[in-house]
Design a protein around this ligand. Structure first.
Ligand SMILES: [Fe+2]
Ligand SMILES: [Fe+2]
Length: 261
């Protein structure tokens, strides 16, 4: 299973110019979040030669503009998709999506989107003093669960707890927005401790993770475990449904520029 970073914004400048948000392509047919700039999102799809006609499932992590902007443009062009949202998204967002005539699925709890790829279902977090609901992606691999997050507003520890509760297996990798921008060293180190305790072997902090957290995670996981993803880069996971197929690590067919895990 390949996980390609389609677009990401993580620096102060990128936030200022609204080159902000995150978007992943999982396999060829699952889109997770759609970045905060529709133009950049669409340009990157073209640049990376992503076949938009193959995309069948779009999962939106949470109801924030920097994860939704590309969706509106995408749905203007392609209707043959299912969009997965949390029940806790605003009525306005849900109605806007449904208005495109696409299938809208609300995901209250864990749901298999396609073989080996799941949504956690909505998990409650707090943002700016209000409830926010967010879903993350879980890909089942030989080595345990790989978790992909949008912003991780509910907190990484909570998300990992939920995944372990439902999937009951080791969490092998976490990639995406970790929502630690502005967090103190103490808070970040506590999270590192928790993740180490549950056996997380690979981390790829992006987007709203913050430079301090990226630094601390880099030191904690080192060269083998810390992954710096940039737009266009691919993580290649050997997922469970590929077991037994001619698809071992490093096998031919690994996308160019891929990081084989
Ligand atoms: Fe975000
Ligand atoms: Fe957010």
């Amino acid at each position: 299973m390949s996980i390609k970073l389609l677009a990401e914004g993580s620096t102060k400048w990128e936030r200022f110019i609204k080159h902000w948000g995150i978007s992943f392509l999982i396999g060829e047919d699952v889109l997770f979040d759609t970045f905060g700039d529709a133009g950049v999102f669409w340009r990157n799809l073209k640049w990376m030669k992503v076949d938009a006609d193959k995309i069948r499932h779009i999962i939106i992590s949470h109801d924030h503009w920097d994860h939704l902007a590309g969706l509106w443009l995408f749905l203007e062009k392609k209707k043959d998709v299912t969009v997965y949202v949390c029940p806790g998204f605003s009525r306005e967002t849900k109605e806007r999506i449904a208005g495109f005539g696409v299938r809208l699925v609300e995901v209250p709890g864990p749901l298999e989107i396609k073989k080996g790829v799941f949504s956690t279902g909505q998990i409650r977090g707090i943002y700016a003093g209000k409830d926010i609901y967010e879903q993350a992606i879980v890909v089942k691999t030989f080595r345990g669960a790989a978790i992909i997050t949008g912003c991780a507003h509910p907190g990484l520890s909570t998300i990992v707890d939920e995944v372990k509760k439902y999937f009951g297996e080791t969490v092998f990798l976490i990639a995406g927005g970790f929502h630690l921008k502005g967090a103190t060293q103490e808070v970040i180190e506590k999270i590192v401790y928790t993740l180490k305790l549950v056996g997380v072997q690979k981390v790829a902090p992006l987007h709203c993770s913050g430079a301090l957290a990226q630094d601390i995670f880099k030191r904690a996981w080192g060269g083998q475990g810390y992954i710096r993803l940039t737009a266009g880069k691919v993580l290649r996971l050997d997922s469970e449904e590929e077991k037994g197929a001619d698809n071992k690590c490093g096998a031919k067919g690994t996308p160019q520029g891929a990081e084989v895990l």
